[in-house]
Design a protein around this ligand. Structure first.
Ligand code: MRU
Length: 342
């Protein structure tokens, strides 16, 4: 199993995903601020992994406290710091809200008990996420034919979760069943999660993986070289509109044009039950240098204006089905998503 994040010796340990696949380096966070910065700077990324990091971050913050003085105020400052790290992935807010509820229910039991209870909750989120991904994998593999070439975008794998992955979980489960699978990994400019992380993860598992530049997907679909597309999600609205890594929308349009199934794999913790449609999903705008540079090298004029939205929203009508731990959701999404709500 890949080591995405772990609690060890009163610290949150993360593999530094900015350095993969060249270096397997671990970062040890000892404070809430360090965890928050690790999320912002993409040491750890991927919706469920961000949520998990924030949960451990809150637990860490409380464990560092020596006194109960101003406990509510101090807890709120940790909570708000982590809340501000990245705006799009629902899982971040889902995990923080879950930890806050546990805090409110147990804050009067004394600091020592509270410390343990919060840590146990973060560990439970980790265990549940792994279990959830295996269920998503099992549910989703039914959609994969006995022989298939699967196109995926970004990294919705073990590195983006507590382990196993969502979109890559489906691929892993199909592979484990002996299906003859080949994966096409979109490089995923500008941050290259596909080239750096998905290729690394799948190759470690022996799953045949070929890297393509993002711009090649449409042509390969048209030539009949793609059987289906599976991607993860950062936030899914009640009507099925799905925010995911920038470039996902283009893939969905291309898949529709070429009559190729387009699947989203995500846990229920990615659903935003307060949002009617994808219109109001906040889209993170990241630093322009991520676009101006590749591997630290400028590829353009240093001062050229840049747009860098990190996510886009795919309209529900382009999505064939959404694979969750509770089953596969098909249109009409509005009704069917509400039915699966925990
Ligand atoms: O900017 P990132 O790398 O955090 O974006 C990640 C994605 O868009 C993933 O596809 C999504 O979070 C699902 S991860 C299971």
């Amino acid at each position: 199993m890949l080591p995405t994040i772990a609690w060890e010796n009163e610290s949150v340990i993360m593999v530094d995903q900015r350095k993969l696949p060249w270096k397997e380096e671990y970062l040890s966070c000892r404070t809430v601020e360090q965890v928050a910065q690790a999320i912002e700077k993409m040491v750890i990324r991927g919706a469920p992994a961000i949520g998990l990091a924030a949960a451990y971050g809150l637990a860490l913050g409380v464990r560092n406290l020596k006194t109960e003085k101003n406990l509510d105020r101090v807890f709120a400052s940790f909570y708000q710091r982590l809340w501000r790290t990245r705006p799009t992935a629902r899982n971040l807010f889902w995990a923080l809200e879950r930890m806050k509820k546990i805090y409110e229910e147990n804050k009067n039991l004394g600091l020592n008990r509270l410390k343990n209870i919060l840590l146990e909750e973060a560990k439970a989120i980790e265990e549940e996420d792994l279990k959830t991904n295996k269920e998503i994998g099992e549910n989703g593999q039914e959609l994969v034919p006995a022989e298939a070439t699967i196109l995926t975008h970004c990294n919705a794998g073990a590195l983006a979760t507590a382990g196993y992955g969502t979109a890559l979980g489906v691929i892993r489960a199909a592979w484990a069943r002996g299906k003859k699978i080949k994966v096409l990994a979109d490089e995923t400019r500008p941050f290259l999660q596909g080239a750096r992380l998905t290729c690394w993860e799948l190759t470690r598992d022996g799953i045949p993986t070929t890297l393509i530049a993002d711009s090649m997907a449409g042509w390969l679909m048209r030539r009949g070289e793609v059987s289906l597309v599976i991607v993860g999600a950062d936030r899914i609205a009640l009507n099925g509109d799905t925010a995911n890594k920038i470039g996902t929308y283009s893939l969905a349009v291309l898949a529709k044009e070429n009559n190729i199934p387009f699947y989203v794999a995500a846990p229920l913790s990615t659903f935003d039950f307060n949002l009617k449609s994808g219109e109001n999903i906040p889209i993170e705008e990241r630093h322009p240098d991520e676009v101006r540079k590749v591997g630290g090298h400028l590829i353009t004029l240093p001062e050229i204006p840049v747009k860098n939205p990190a996510f886009d929203v795919t309209p529900a009508r382009l999505i064939t089905a959404i694979i969750t731990e509770k089953g596969i959701i098909r249109p009409p999404y509005g009704k069917n998503i509400l039915r699966l709500r925990k």
